[in-house]
Design a protein around this ligand. Structure first.
Ligand code: ZN
Length: 135
């Protein structure tokens, strides 16, 4: 067990089009997928970097959590996502180790993944996401 790799680093951006250009220029790579996530009221652009990727997340509505994050802290790193083999087992392990889970049960994320979030209070101020690719 243990985390397998960094799946993605999510960056909260005010304007996805502007950020897309900036991060494409920075990395020399292209945003491959742009996906609306209506239930979180964000639009995300996935920019591959090696075996990980940057997830540029721009709010589509002022009520989205990304919009509130930017309002409070400005643009910047929003969360780090680790890929895991068995998300349920990891959640059980982390809970018993004293980490505060935002999602007690994994839920359906984008692109055929099960995801869950760990509260930044117990992870050095960094919002942590776990992700398991569904087979
Ligand atoms: Zn994510």
């Amino acid at each position: 067990m243990g985390f397998l790799k960094i799946s993605h680093i999510a960056i909260a951006v005010e304007n996805l089009e502007v950020a897309k250009k900036a991060f494409e220029a920075l990395t020399g790579n292209k945003v491959e997928v742009v996906e609306d996530v209506p239930d979180q009221r964000v639009c995300v652009g996935m920019l591959p970097v090696g075996e990980s990727r940057l997830e540029l997340a721009g709010p589509t509505d002022p009520s989205s959590t990304i919009a509130k994050f930017i309002e409070k802290r400005g643009e910047g790193v929003h969360h780090i996502c680790f890929e895991v083999e068995d998300i349920k087992a990891e959640l059980t392990r982390l809970k018993s180790a004293g980490f505060q889970l935002i999602d007690e049960q994994p839920r359906l994320g984008a692109d055929g993944h099960l995801i869950a979030f760990i509260h930044p209070r117990t992870t050095g101020g960094v919002l942590v996401e776990l992700s398991e690719k569904m087979k």
